[in-house]
Design a protein around this ligand. Sequence first.
Ligand code: SF4
Length: 74
Amino acid sequence: MGMFIEVSVRDPDFLQTDESRKLVAACAVNIFEPAEEGVAVNRGQEDECTLCGRCLEVGADRLEIVKLYEKAGQ
Ligand code: SF4
């Protein structure tokens, strides 16, 4: 799990779909990796997130990029 960023999956079923496989190509820092069905979040990579938003174009409201560093400051 990342210290600064968490990729929160609001709809876990989404990661089992063929559509979710687009996430692997969308993320340049390998936070999504192919799984047996669909994709998995590589928790060890989360802090590499550049906040580019490309995964959100694929996953829309089924994913959320949580900025843990903002929560820590509250
Ligand atoms: S915002 Fe960009 S870098 Fe971060 S997880 Fe999504 S695609 Fe990857």
